[in-house]
Structure formats: structure tokens, C-alpha cells
Design a protein around this ligand. Structure first.
Ligand SMILES: Nc1nc2c(ncn2[C@@H]2O[C@H](COP(=O)(O)OP(=O)(O)OP(=O)(O)O)[C@@H](O)[C@H]2O)c(=O)[nH]1
Ligand SMILES: [Mg+2]
Length: 621
């Protein structure tokens, strides 16, 4: 019995091949595997108009015939007839995205040059039209030399015409079709020539295009480019972290002097005593230590809000989609994870948009690894104290670089954790995703200002409530009982004694008594670590220095560099946040997952901080 002709669906990723494949074959589908690789083989039967059947196979998306992944290799090998377990197709349905014609035509030209009978499906014409792009399929047909059928796969538009063209294409028997093939299919055009030809053809086929769409398209051809896109994203993030430090310097010094002045006023106005100490060493030192970070947080959010309002953020999500899929996360996880850069609590709540339970659970479990804004005070005070403010290259400051590195650490940690979790406790398949690209637009200054204001308000409210309260409690625990002469208050007090217990546990990873003391109140919120250390040193300062000895000076004098680095590493991983634990309990309906989360994060933090400390000690830092 002769096999039915084989027709392959091929094109760039996300062109709509599978959607068209489904529209053409309906329920008559089979899923298998290509021998020797983990790539699935989707095939189905299609009845042509004349009653004959063809076997349709849906190939993985590829950008070109030079494979960069196992999926792309299968695609290349199938269309060149070298894939084990697959015969050479008798015809190709080349699927292109009408809204992205020049990019998709490049691959289409390569495929047409192979010499197999081809019909081009000009898919997603609905999206192109919505964006203000009108194309002429007849021009495309003429330029490409093959039939072109406009389609909207998801609405089954153009499916009948496509089938009719296929019927005509697969007219003869398989043996006759083989003879039609003119060459061995070698493509001699280089990629630049191909790109130029693709662009020319796309321009010729464009009947009309609104200027807005032209702009959007030009921007997207950079922002979504497989090479330049990620470079642009990395550059933007890099500039953002540089700016966080370099732009904040001046406003931070204003806030510092304001708190120093306030400290001076209170000291002059009040007699020495507990009330004065409560106000200066407790409230002013603690809250002041946190409030100085307001400019840094606002600069960070200025960038995030502008990128969001301009329409770029969705593009970033799109770029990340492939990477996310590789660690077993769905692209939908991007937005929750991105919100977690502000705070893991709304981030974890945003995971409700993920349908797949295991996908969602994985996202929740790694969300606390995204560097939330509460870590910024901790990171920046340590960086300010221990990392010299010098330039490693023109415009690249070492401090910003280290901060960038800490954010990257968190992301890499999250991805590694996702990978591990997906193989063990949350085993399962990841699901695909697709987002509508909004148009680029100029961010409206009013909206940005409102966004910044609400961020500032949340931050200051936290400083005025949770943080003020915790530092007052800490001040009390640190002030009583009073140490007799010759004993250090930070050791003798209630808080000091509790810390001494914890210190036994954290000493092996290089943490000192002050850190042990700060870690417990910092469970309420990470930035309290800074407030707590501020209060400890304020109480511990024997001479009345009136806030002149800054926290930075104190840190430099009392901590070694390895300790400081270990402390940074601890905060990359440690789940020092009761709110996150509480919201995880609520979203997963029980204590099992929050307990697991806290356990694995503390364990990782301990190990990573320990490795950092001892590596730094042995490196002689
Ligand atoms: N609006 C619109 N959406 C479409 C059309 N065709 C496909 N889509 C959507 O585009 C997305 C990608 O379609 P797929 O069929 O999965 O694309 P693919 O080419 O198989 O992608 P890969 O297998 O990843 O290479 C899906 O969300 C589809 O629903 C179309 O003609 N119009
Ligand atoms: Mg597909």
C-alpha cells in the first residue's frame, strides 16, 4: 500500500502553525516522538477536496535552517529529508505571521529555496489589520513564486482556500511529485541577503500601513530581536541599577542630614534619660536608617513604571517566555514574578492567573527570590559601606554593578529552584502562553507621578508603623536590663542574650552578634535589619556622637568584608518576611507549602552565605 503524501507545516515560532494544523485536521491527530530526541511529532489526516488523504505533520517553530535547539534541528532535518523516522515531505505549508512579515519571510525564502512544492499561509491577517497594516497577497505570490493564502487560523478563515491550494499542489502521485523537485535544495544566500530580500518583498506587498504601526514595528524589530532584544533588556536593567545609586546620592545625603538635625534638636531639647534615648536611639535611628532609602526605591520604580507604561514590559515578558519554558515555568509566571520585584505579597496573589496548579505552586515558591524593594535598604547600606564607589569602566560604577549582580543572583536562584522543583515536588508539564502586544506609547507623566507617589506612601507608612514599632520594641529589649560598667549593653540586654543564642547557629557562616540580633526583628520586614543595626549602634555608642558617626562608619569599623558579603548573600535567599509566609499559607490553603518554602529558602541562604564567607576568607579579603 502506498503511503499518503506527507505535508509539513513549517514556519517561525508563534506563526500559528499548530492553530492551522488543528483547523485542518480537526480531531484526527496523533502524537508520537521522533526517534532519539525528545521532540514530539504531531501528525494528523487531512482529506483533500478530491477525496484523497494526506498526512499532515506539525513541525516545531524555527527561525532558520541553522538550528539552535533540538526542536529546530528536527525541523531542519525533516524539510531536508535527513530526519530519522520521517520521510521527506511531498509539500510544505509555510506559515508566516502577517504582522511580522519581514522576519518571517526570511525563513520562508529559505524554505521555498529547498525546492519542495510550497503553499504559504499568510496567517494572523486579523492582527495585522487591527494594527493598521494591509497586505496584498497577489504581490506576495508574484514575488515568492508560490501560492499565498491569507488565513486567520483561530477563526478558520481561509482554511477552505488553503485546502484547495494543497489539493492542487499534491495533484500527482507521490512518485510524480518527487520528480518535480528541481535541485538538492541547497540554499546559497547568506542571512543578510535573505533579510534584505525579505524586507523588500514585505515592503512591496504592503498596500498601506499607518505610521503608528510602522513605528511600532520598527521598535519591535529591535526589542523582540532574538539577539538584540535580550541585549537591550539587559542594558536597560543595567542602566536602571546604575541609576539607583548614582542619582540617589544627593537626595540621600539630604535625608541623612535632616535626620541628623532632628536628632540634634531632640538631644538639645530633652534631658538625658530613657525617653530621650527612646526617641533618638530608637525611633530616629531606626526609622531614619530606613527612610534614607526612599530615593533609591523611587528611582527603581520610576524605571519600572516608565517601562510598563511605554508598552515595553510585555515585550520583556515575551523575550523571557522561552527562557521561562526552559525552567518549566509558564510565560504567565512572568507578571507575578515581575511584581515580586516590588514585593512578593502582591506577586504571589497575582499567580491566581495561572490555571495549572503545579505551575502556580512553583511560581509561588520561587517568588520570594525575586529581589523585593525591602531588600534594597539592606543591599545598599552594605554596598555603601564595603564596596568602594569607584568606576570599573567609563559610566560603570562598581556599586551599581554589585547591586545588579545581587538582583541577577536572585533571578538565577529562582530559575534553579524552579528547575529543581519542577523535577521533584511540583512535577508536571509546563503550558504555553501568548500575549497581545500593546502599542508603544509615550508614558503619561501624570500616571507615573501617581504611581511613584503611591509607592512612596506605602514605603513611608511601613516606616512609620511596622518599622517604628519594631524598632521601639527592639530598643526596649536592647536597653534593659542596664549593663553594669564594663559590660556591653548589646550583649547584656534581653535582646543581646537572645541574639547570643542565635549567634551559635550563625557563627559558622561568619555572622557576628549584631547580625544575630538584627535577624529576629527582620522577620517582620527585611529593611528592619538595617533599622535594627542602626538602633544597636546608636545605643552602643558610648560617646554621644549626635548621629555624626553614620551607620556606614560603624559598619566599616565593626564588620569584616567576608561577613558583609555573607550577609548580602543571606538576604538574597532568606525568607525574612512574615507577610510572604502568611500570603503563601492563604494562597495554598495550609501550612504545608509555606513550611516547605521557609525550609528550603533558609537552608539555601545558610549554605550560600557560608560558602560566600569562607570563600572570601580563603581569598584573603
Ligand atoms: N488573532 C490570531 N491569533 C492567532 C492566529 N493564529 C494563531 N493565533 C494564536 O497565536 C498563538 C500561537 O499559535 P500557535 O499555533 O501555537 O503557533 P505555532 O506556530 O504552532 O507556535 P510554535 O509551535 O511555538 O512554533 C496562539 O495563541 C494562537 O491562538 C490568527 O490567525 N489570529
Ligand atoms: Mg506549534
Amino acid at each position: 500500500m502506498e503511503l499518503p503524501p506527507l505535508v509539513a507545516m513549517v514556519g517561525n515560532p508563534n506563526a500559528g502553525k499548530s492553530a492551522l494544523f488543528n483547523a485542518l485536521t480537526g480531531a484526527r491527530q496523533k502524537v508520537g516522538n521522533y526517534p532519539g530526541v525528545t521532540v514530539e511529532r504531531h501528525s494528523g489526516r487531512l482529506a483533500l477536496d478530491d477525496g484523497r488523504a494526506v498526512e499532515l505533520v506539525d513541525l516545531p517553530g524555527a527561525y532558520s535552517l541553522d538550528p539552535s535547539s533540538p526542536d529546530e534541528r528536527v525541523t531542519r532535518d525533516v524539510v531536508t529529508g535527513t530526519q530519522a523516522g520521517e520521510r521527506l515531505p511531498d509539500a510544505l505549508v509555510v506559515v508566516v505571521d502577517a504582522a511580522n512579515l519581514d522576519n518571517h519571510l526570511r525563513f520562508a525564502l529559505q524554505l521555498i529555496a529547498l525546492g519542495l512544492p510550497v503553499v504559504v499561509a499568510l496567517n494572523m491577517v486579523d492582527l495585522a489589520e487591527r494594527d493598521g497594516l494591509v497586505l496584498d497577497p497577489a504581490v506576495l505570490e508574484r514575488e515568492l513564486g508560490v501560492p499565498v493564502v491569507p488565513t486567520v487560523a483561530v477563526r478558520r478563515r481561509g482554511i477552505d482556500v488553503l485546502r484547495a491550494r494543497l489539493t492542487a499542489l499534491v495533484g500527482g502521485t507521490t512518485a510524480e511529485l518527487r520528480r518535480l523537485r528541481p535541485s538538492d535544495g541547497s540554499v546559497d544566500d547568506d542571512i543578510v541577503t535573505l533579510q534584505r530580500r525579505a524586507r523588500t518583498i514585505a515592503a512591496a506587498a504592503t498596500v498601506s500601513e499607518t505610521p503608528v504601526r510602522r513605528w511600532n514595528h520598527a521598535l519591535d524589530s529591535v526589542a523582540l530581536h532574538p539577539v538584540f532584544g535580550p541585549i537591550l533588556l539587559a542594558t536597560l536593567l543595567f542602566v536602571m541599577f546604575q541609576a539607583v545609586f548614582s542619582w540617589s546620592e544627593v537626595p540621600v545625603s539630604w535625608i541623612e542630614s535632616a535626620f541628623a538635625a532632628l536628632d540634634g534638636v531632640v538631644r538639645d531639647a530633652m534631658p538625658d534619660g530613657f525617653l530621650r534615648s527612646l526617641l533618638t536611639d530608637g525611633v530616629i535611628a531606626g526609622v531614619g536608617a530606613v527612610v534614607v532609602f526612599l530615593p533609591l526605591i523611587l528611582i527603581l520604580f520610576l524605571f519600572i513604571l516608565v517601562l510598563e507604561a511605554s508598552g515595553y514590559m510585555v515585550r520583556a515578558a515575551f523575550l523571557m517566555d522561552r527562557m521561562m519554558a526552559q525552567v518549566g515555568l509558564s510565560g504567565r509566571a512572568f507578571i507575578p514574578l515581575l511584581s515580586s520585584f516590588a514585593c512578593a505579597v502582591p506577586g504571589i496573589m497575582a499567580t491566581r492567573t495561572i490555571d495549572d496548579e503545579k505551575d502556580r505552586l512553583t511560581t509561588i515558591l520561587i517568588a520570594p527570590l525575586m529581589t523585593c524593594s525591602a531588600r534594597l535598604p539592606v543591599y545598599s547600606i552594605i554596598i555603601a559601606a564595603f564596596i568602594p564607589a569607584r568606576k570599573v569602566a567609563p559610566f560603570i560604577g562598581l556599586q551599581g554593578l554589585v547591586l545588579f549582580g545581587l538582583y541577577v543572583m536572585g533571578i538565577v536562584g529562582a530559575f534553579v529552584a524552579a528547575l529543581a522543583l519542577r523535577r521533584t515536588v511540583t512535577k508536571g508539564d509546563s503550558s504555553g502562553f501568548m500575549m497581545e502586544m500593546p502599542k508603544y506609547q509615550m508614558p503619561r507623566m501624570g500616571d507615573i507621578a501617581i504611581g511613584l507617589w503611591s509607592r512612596a506612601w506605602i514605603f513611608l507608612k511601613r516606616a512609620g508603623t511596622t518599622i517604628a514599632l519594631t524598632t521601639v520594641i527592639l530598643w526596649a529589649l536592647l536597653s534593659f536590663p542596664q549593663a553594669p560598667a564594663g559590660q556591653k549593653q548589646a550583649d547584656y540586654s534581653v535582646a543581646g542574650r537572645i541574639a547570643s543564642g542565635l549567634e551559635v547557629v550563625v557563627r559558622p557562616i561568619g555572622f557576628n552578634h549584631d547580625i544575630a540580633l538584627a535577624l529576629i526583628p527582620a522577620m517582620a520586614a527585611r529593611e528592619i535589619a538595617v533599622a535594627a543595626i542602626g538602633t544597636v549602634y546608636a545605643i552602643d555608642d558610648v560617646e554621644d556622637t549626635r548621629g555624626e558617626r553614620t551607620l556606614v562608619d560603624n559598619l566599616r569599623g565593626r564588620w569584616s568584608l567576608p561577613t558583609a558579603l555573607a550577609f548580602l548573600m543571606w538576604f538574597v535567599f532568606a525568607p525574612q518576611c512574615i507577610s510572604t509566609i502568611a500570603v503563601t499559607r492563604r494562597e495554598t490553603n495550609g501550612w504545608r507549602w509555606p513550611a516547605f518554602m521557609v525550609g528550603y529558602l533558609f537552608a539555601t541562604a545558610y549554605v550560600m552565605a557560608g560558602i560566600t564567607y569562607w570563600a572570601a576568607v580563603f581569598a584573603g579579603l
